[in-house]
Write a protein that binds this ligand. Structure first.
Ligand SMILES: [Zn+2]
Length: 497
């Protein structure tokens, strides 16, 4: 390795250490820390992000990167240089004080959001959201003054993504999904789901979670399951990944599918190539790619009949009375009910992307200035009525349900829908060479995980998201594969002609 490359490795190791600390603090804040401990956390994060800023925005870095490019680089080294350049370009454009102040602002705004949500009172959160929207509109100009702010942030989460592409993608989804939802609603309840109204003791659910992790091949020595209000995954490095879930005694499916979803994220992190360790290439290729893996596990594998058949003895062992008169086929139909509802994270597979469209349209308008923060709750409720046909009873179950805007994430929501569609395309490709259903029914996730590791997981950020999707699927992204999958699956479940 050349001297310059060695220096760049040292820089990456420092960045890794900052990221490790920040991720640990984040995990702690959501899964462990007391609710009123946030001011000290905000101070610490402000200092840490200031130090991280100094490393990335170091004026000597561009020259070092240019020097590195003069030497022969292997594929990984070239990707490290590309990624460091991207980080430099991204961060050095924002003045240091503004960068650190924003980290502090989001810590405060998350706390305000939690209180606002608990009291279902948007006015508690509104002043913080105003500051965040203002920051996002203002700082977008540092990146590209000629670009619309929302395009700048979309591009940050998914390189090359724009409103034009999103508009097209969501229009394509809407044209297929809305008629499908309408047909399902008209047809009425497909299966009897009364058994879901049982009580599901948390002890049994905890054992089920552990069993699911084992079936999916998640290594307990390198991944722990904790609890938090909203399930999430936090990776410290490939040898220490943490996932969380939330147990509800009156809802078995919420925990079951949260665990499967987060295991999908965890498997991605746990199977990164060792050589990417401690470099800026570790971690998923993009938010969409990450979400493609979690939703592939949750919906395409976890909500399939073969998987449920395999899980059946475990389910019956822990919930013998609750499932006494239920068959795996009935459970499958219950786990795949389609019903327009209020909460994104609890939404079924068919209506899920409609929830994303609500957020996409609204954040687009907040950033172009055509919608004010004060008008947001009303606009939210109107869009929920228009797209999902539901009436929002209060802001806690409406505009305040998600943490993303409080964290300053604008342009993030489309990744969920994109990732879902990527996942369908990746699954269709996997079907060509693997007997996926046979493996699921046998509880043999090994070949599935090997396939995903070989095609996706091992690469981290070494390949760009489009390169990765293209190399895995041998074709460009095609959202129709996803809508075709939905129509086929749900036409069968609801017996639509
Ligand atoms: Zn996820």
């Amino acid at each position: 390795m050349t001297k310059t490359m060695q220096k760049l490795r040292d820089i990456q190791k420092k960045l890794y250490a900052f990221q490790y600390a920040a991720n640990l603090i984040d995990f702690d804040s959501q899964a462990v820390a007391p609710s009123e401990g946030y001011p000290g956390r905000g101070e610490a994060l402000e200092v840490l992000s200031g130090l991280k800023y100094e490393i990335i925005a170091d004026p000597a870095l561009p020259e070092m990167l240019q020097q590195a490019r003069k030497d022969p680089l292997n594929e990984q080294q070239a990707a490290e240089v590309r990624e460091l350049q991207r980080m430099y370009d991204e961060i050095s454009k924002i003045p240091a004080e503004e960068y650190a102040a924003f980290v502090k602002l989001t810590t405060e705004s998350v706390n305000a959001w939690e209180k606002a949500k608990a009291a279902s009172d948007f006015s508690v959160f509104a002043p913080y959201l105003e500051k965040i929207v203002d920051y996002r509109r203002r700082t977008a100009a540092y990146f590209d003054p000629d670009k619309k702010p929302y395009d700048v942030w979309l591009d940050q989460y998914e390189k090359g993504l724009s409103m034009v592409q999103c508009d097209q993608f969501f229009a394509q989804l809407k044209a297929k999904i809305q008629p499908l939802v309408q047909a399902i609603v008209q047809k009425g309840a497909g299966a009897s789901c009364d058994f879901l109204n049982n009580t599901w003791p948390v002890e049994g659910q905890k054992k089920l979670s552990e069993a699911v992790m084992t079936i999916m091949g998640v290594d307990h020595g390198h991944c722990v399951l904790g609890e938090s209000e909203h399930p999430f995954t936090q990776e410290l490095y490939k040898g220490d990944v943490r996932i969380t879930t939330h147990y509800y005694e009156n809802d078995l499916l919420s925990n079951l599918y949260s665990v499967i979803h987060e295991c999908g994220h965890a498997l991605y992190e746990l199977h990164m190539a060792d050589r990417l360790q401690y470099t800026c290439l570790s971690g998923g290729a993009s938010m969409s790619l990450h979400e493609s893996q979690s939703r592939l596990c949750e919906n395409y594998l976890g909500r399939s009949l073969p998987f449920i058949r395999n899980l059946w003895p475990v389910l019956q062992q822990h919930f013998p009375q609750q499932l006494e008169h239920v068959t795996p086929e009935e459970f499958y139909k219950a786990a795949n009910q389609c019903q327009p509802s209020l909460i994104r994270t609890e939404a079924d597979e068919v209506t899920y992307c409609l929830h994303i469209m609500v957020r996409y349209e609204l954040e687009k308008r907040l950033l172009d200035g055509s919608l004010t923060v004060a008008e947001l709750p009303k606009a939210w409720n109107a869009m929920m009525k228009e797209l999902l046909g539901v009436d929002v009873p209060d802001d806690a179950r409406g505009v305040l349900q998600d943490i993303h805007w409080a964290e300053g994430s604008f342009g993030y929501f489309p990744s969920y829908a994109l990732g879902t569609a990527y996942g369908a395309q990746i699954l269709a490709e996997m079907y060509k060479t693997l007997d996926v259903n046979g493996l699921l029914e046998a509880g043999d996730w090994g070949p599935i995980n090997d396939w995903l590791e070989k095609k996706i997981w091992q690469y981290g950020k070494e390949k760009t998201p489009d390169q990765l999707l293209y190399s895995a699927c041998g074709a460009e992204f095609d959202p129709q594969i996803y809508t075709d999958y939905l129509v086929k699956k749900y036409s069968a479940i609801y017996d639509l002609s």
